[in-house]
Design a protein around this ligand. Structure first.
Ligand code: SF4
Length: 481
């Protein structure tokens, strides 16, 4: 069974769709920045996990390893979230990245990881899935009643028997010379959205695909797809769609942007009334377990920001940025948060242009949860924000080339093609940030790339704003004539 090297992510993708496993296995050709598997060791987790599973305080006769990479002689790799060794028994633990009950995928993942570990010579005696409740707030001690742990011995053992043949098929699949042919289907969305969705959907042989309609939700798109309708032109006129959805279809077919100048003007009033404009982009990473007192599971950790300051009177533009290269270190996180608050409070009259207020507010709120001393300053900063996403979400400016999306990744290449395209490309690579966040350090080459990508976002915000202001100006000139 030797041959191509495989890992847990590839194995799980193989269960979903052979094309997705193939693309992941051959991703290096697409992504020269690929790095080794994520490794994360946090001292606080040790007692946290141990007391959850063993229902007692951690003591000398026990051992726990976290995020350990196992590699078999056939180059099959897996990272175990945690293994507790106690009374000569090894307990394998999966930390579930959601609050839902353990499902078939979790059990298969445990079975694959267990298969790899046992092949390296360590016997696994128990399997546990640990999923934390998202409302749980970490207070340096563990409240078990709101954390679900499930022992899944029989269910994992049954799946373990099927692993060798699944691995055999996976290795044959990923060694093929050509990408497997696979139609898109329900598996592209479940159990989570496939990271190659853009790749597959962009390749659909339709000039105007129903999958690019942002106003039509996924289940409606699938319903049309199963009826044999994949091109927008084939949607029957009696199809039950809203006026907004028909407007989008009209714009897609005419291939022309739709612009609601009056709404744009009224939304950007604050811009016209401000002398100083700031363009802010904050980058973050989600951690599955809480890592700081008063933080929650699935806590989003802001770790870098890029800020362009524009003085509209002098046309002077300056740039500030900050990156925390040890983001899960509480002391470093505190320094980072203090610097962010200080920089953003520097000119209390400046308008702060952002993209996706929900996300940015959540990040600022996370900082004020763990460092309450910044709560008031962060509230004032939040009040100065103007979210450009509103424009694209409400379709006040809609270009069919956005392919129905209002995400900045899809808007920027269309409106700002002069930005460095190779870095914009990296924004769309699967798991780009995952790969670089955990392997970041003071000397990491990825640090510079992460900073560059974040700078592109804040530069892009300035360029999008200028683009929209130009549209408003042109429309006013036309009206005067
Ligand atoms: S988008 Fe769908 S078809 Fe494409 S690789 Fe992913 S699961 Fe497979």
């Amino acid at each position: 069974m030797a041959g191509r090297s495989i890992n847990t992510e590839m194995f799980m993708n193989h269960l979903r769709c052979d094309k997705s496993a193939y693309l992941l296995a051959n991703e290096e050709r697409l992504d020269p920045l690929k790095t080794s598997p994520i490794s994360l060791e946090i001292e606080g987790y040790k007692n946290f996990i141990f007391s959850l599973i063993c229902n007692e305080e951690w003591h000398e006769n026990t051992d726990i390893i976290q995020n350990k990479l196992f590699v078999t002689s056939d180059d099959e790799t897996a990272v175990a979230d945690a293994i507790i060794t106690r009374n000569n028994k090894n307990i394998l633990i999966k930390i579930k990245h959601s609050t839902e009950k353990a499902d078939g995928n979790d059990l298969y993942e445990l079975a694959y990881i267990s298969y790899v570990i046992e092949k390296t010579g360590m016997k696994i005696h128990e399997y546990w899935v640990c999923s934390t409740n998202s409302s749980y707030v970490f207070h340096d001690y563990v409240e078990k009643e709101i954390i679900r742990v499930e022992c899944s011995f029989n269910k994992v053992e049954a799946r373990l028997k099927t692993i060798p043949s699944l691995i055999k098929h996976l290795k044959i699949n990923i060694s093929k010379r050509t990408i497997p042919e696979k139609n898109v289907g329900w598996y592209c969305e479940r159990p989570n959205q496939c990271v190659f969705k853009k790749f597959c959907y962009d390749a659909l042989p339709f000039s105007d695909s129903i999958f690019d309609l942002g106003e039509t939700n996924k289940s409606n798109q699938m319903r049309l797809h199963f009826k044999g309708i994949t091109d927008v032109r084939d949607i029957p006129s009696d199809e039950k769609l809203t006026q907004k959805q028909w407007n989008e279809i009209k714009s897609v077919l005419s291939k022309k942007p739709q612009i609601d100048v009056e709404s744009l003007k009224s939304f950007l009033t604050k811009f016209f009334n401000s002398q100083s404009i700031w363009y802010l982009s904050i980058d973050y990473k989600t951690t599955s377990l809480p890592f700081l007192s008063r933080s929650k599971p699935f806590f989003k950790v802001p770790f870098q920001y890029s800020l362009h300051n524009e003085n509209r009177k002098t046309n002077n533009i300056s740039h500030f940025s900050e990156i925390n290269d040890d983001p899960l270190n509480p002391i470093n996180f505190r320094h980072f948060a203090a610097k962010l608050v200080k920089d953003l409070s520097y000119d209390p009259g400046a308008l702060i242009i952002i993209y996706n207020k929900n996300r940015i507010s959540e990040l600022l709120c996370n900082i004020s949860e763990v460092f309450p001393e910044y709560k008031e300053e962060l509230r004032l900063i939040s009040n100065r924000m103007l979210d450009l996403k509103e424009i694209f979400k409400n379709r006040w400016y809609f270009d069919p080339k956005f392919k129905g999306s209002s995400r900045i990744k899809d808007i920027l290449p269309v409106l700002c093609p002069s930005l460095k395209t190779e870095l914009l490309h990296s924004l769309n690579l699967p798991n780009y940030k995952n790969k670089h966040f955990f392997s970041m350090s003071k000397t990491s080459p990825h640090k510079k790339e992460l900073q560059e990508v974040n700078k592109i976002y804040s530069t892009g915000l300035r360029m999008i704003t200028s683009f929209l202001i130009e549209i408003i100006k042109k429309s006013s000139v036309r009206k005067k004539r």
